[in-house]
Design a binder for this molecule. Structure first.
Ligand code: ZN
Length: 411
């Protein structure tokens, strides 16, 4: 059985944190000088481990095992949010490094191939999951040509400044048995239920709808109520109706958010003439996602027909459908979780987007979660107990071995 080195794992995880460390957290946005330093360090760590390590033209760090396939690709993203936690992405990257290293150094079993990867820009500094989508051939030249960060720096400029040519590595044909990604849960359900490992069954899909309201701006004192076309009132009423309807239709994993509301011109003595709100909802079930979307559009139609304010809907971002992860790979993860954590593991959907969503389009993909203390993520306070970090890596390594050996699982 392959064995990982817990001290080496935790040491490398803490070393990666030093690139951009602020308090307990990390500021390491994609393609910044500190991110490029971290990538070069990762490349060297992979090379030290005996992997053939390169940084591709978009910034992905890939460490190829010298062993012939079938291989597993294991990793996650090495970039962070503008103010990020130290484990989001980094955990899965260092798991990939440690497991690839453990397989290379092992002397008591057959040689098995594990390649490690650290994707660039999962967090969307220039484009969400940019590195993994580039690797999978799921970006458009249009998108890449127009992408820029919050400071207005274009992706093309950032690549040029980093000495990168913008051409991604692609999966080596015939090499991969699949992709495994470990990640912190970024939610509180594992901790709440006393579980140490989550085996991810699917990644939720999402819909975003921008809803616009056009009334008539007017004097708040002289305009009688029955003559008003108040955009803000129409917004508040529709938001309330959506909340009531969604509560009725929601499943246990449905979440919805009105994350943005604006009222113009926004003065105490002016009846708002225009208003806008942004509704986002997520669900692991495609059917429910489509029902919620249809219901929203119907409610908007009704508001339009019944009221004095014009209401319009604009789907603001491309719809994301739920991604079913590979059942066979997941059954190996489940068996390995049982082996290291006994009954303290659970099958669960992922409520957040991950690189594995896109890898799943080009090869079988599976994911493993470890608990987040207090469910906190995308925050400097993000953390996971050392014991859980080590246990998750042991489970992933054991699963990698049984997958590569082609061992059947009991389930
Ligand atoms: Zn992440």
């Amino acid at each position: 059985v392959v064995t990982i080195d817990p001290d080496r794992l935790l040491t490398d995880l803490r070393r990666l944190r030093r690139f951009g460390a602020v308090d307990q957290g990390v500021v390491r946005q994609s393609l910044t000088p500190i991110d490029l330093e971290a990538r070069d360090w990762l490349r060297r760590r992979m090379a030290d481990a005996g992997l053939d390590a390169t940084i591709d033209g978009v910034g992905n760090v890939i460490g190829r095992s010298p062993t012939d396939g079938p291989a597993l690709l294991i990793g996650s993203h090495a970039d962070t949010q503008p103010t990020g936690g130290w484990l989001d992405g980094a955990l899965g990257v260092i798991y990939g490094l440690e497991i690839a290293r453990a397989f290379i150094q092992r002397t008591d079993g057959p040689p098995l191939a594990v390649d490690a990867v650290a994707w660039v820009d999962e967090e969307g500094t220039f484009g969400s999951c940019l590195g993994s989508r580039s690797y999978c051939g799921l970006t458009t030249s249009d998108e890449l040509a127009t992408a820029k960060n919050a400071d207005g720096v274009t992706l093309t400029e950032a690549w040029r400044a980093a000495g990168l040519d913008g051409v991604a590595a692609r999966p080596e044909p015939g090499r991969y048995r699949g992709y495994l990604e470990a990640h912190i849960e970024q939610g509180a359900s594992l901790e709440r239920d006393g579980n140490q490992i989550g085996v991810v069954t699917e990644i939720v899909g999402s819909r975003n709808i921008a809803i616009g309201f056009l009334g008539q701006q007017n004097h708040a004192g002289t305009t009688p109520m029955h003559l008003r076309r108040d955009a803000a009132t129409a917004l508040v009423e529709l938001a309330h109706t959506i909340n009531l309807e969604f509560r009725r239709l929601a499943g246990s994993a449905t979440v919805w958010t009105i994350g943005r509301m604006t009222v113009a011109p926004g003065a105490a003595s002016i009846i708002p003439g225009t208003a806008e709100m942004h509704l986002q909802f997520r669900d692991p079930d495609l059917g429910r996602l489509e029902t919620l979307e249809a219901v929203t559009l119907q409610l908007i139609d009704d508001a339009n027909a019944d009221g004095v304010v014009d209401v319009t809907a604009t789907p603001s971002i491309a719809p994301v459908n739920p991604t079913k992860l590979d059942e066979e790979l997941a059954s190996h993860l489940a068996a390995a979780a049982e082996q290291v954590a006994g009954s303290r593991w659970v099958a669960m959907p992922s409520a957040a987007v991950h690189d594995a969503m896109f890898l799943a389009e080009v090869m079988p993909a599976a994911m493993l979660f470890v608990p987040s203390i207090g469910g906190i993520s995308h925050d400097f306070a993000e953390n996971t107990r050392d014991e859980d970090i080590v246990l998750g890596c042991e489970a992933l390594a054991a699963a990698a071995e049984s997958i590569l050996r082609g061992e059947p699982t009991a389930g």
